[in-house]
Design a protein around this ligand. Sequence first.
Ligand code: SF4
Length: 323
Amino acid sequence: MVQALPSTNRQSELNAEYWSLTPRSQTTEQLSQWLNSLADRVIGGDRIGREEAIALTEIEGNDHILLLCEAADRVRQACCGTMVDLCSIINVKSGNCSENCSFCSQSVHHPGENSPIYGLKSPEEILAQAKAAEEAGAKRFCLVSQGRGIKYNSPKSNEFEQILETVRRIQAETSIKPCCALGEITPQQAQALAEAGVTRYNHNLESSEKFYGNIVTSHSWDDRVQTVKNIKAAGIQACTGGIIGMGESWEDRVDLALALRELEVESVPINLLNPREGTPLGGAPVLTHMKRSRRSLFFAYSSQSKFCDMQGDGKLLWENYKR
Ligand code: SF4
């Protein structure tokens, strides 16, 4: 039963009361009250603490996870509504990347099997795919490139110019919103993208600061954070999330969610690792449906962002759902 919330202080007392029991030892009724009090706080604009977030990850058992579903759905309805925002992406340049992200088959350090290598696609080809995505109902269309980032001339400066021109053409010839994911960028480059018409930029933190060094060593977590700050300073929305299933702990997932909340990113893409043969994470186990659900529900509570996007290989998601 959802209780009326008399005041923030009273609410804190209530939470302290429920917090004295771990979620595992709470009765169903106690857990329901605790979850709903947290949901009320999030909906009211309050932020849940790290320990509360970790407690959410300790909820187990189908009945209790269903309670979590119900409460997280209240958060979703209040913060995001019932609309689904469809977006589409195109890999404008692929393979031979200088970086060593363990999950990625485009890295020159561990090229995955069946990973294509090609240079920057022509504006015409990109524009044609933008139109096809618009026709299929997508509202956004993201131009994604391999490379550390245009800040490091990867993609190269002349390629960046071509991408800017392509963005302008998408703006002029379609009603789909162009987005970009071009790696690390400077404040000036972010400004150029904003002026060309880019309203959202994808740059993930991938994981917690603590776990990050286990999956990438060629650039730092702080580098990624700086690019997110540069994007936002230029007035571009940040589409920033991470990947789940790389061997990180629940604490790492909590820390990722809290870091995203701290950065006030507008969109949170949560990717499910698709282990690609040939990469260091090629043999990683695929998360089960219940585990995927738990992390989704947890992010709905913790990130407080407007959108919580689910991304991943469609076939993998479906096969995983059936388990
Ligand atoms: S920077 Fe991007 S393209 Fe390059 S290895 Fe990392 S994820 Fe892959």
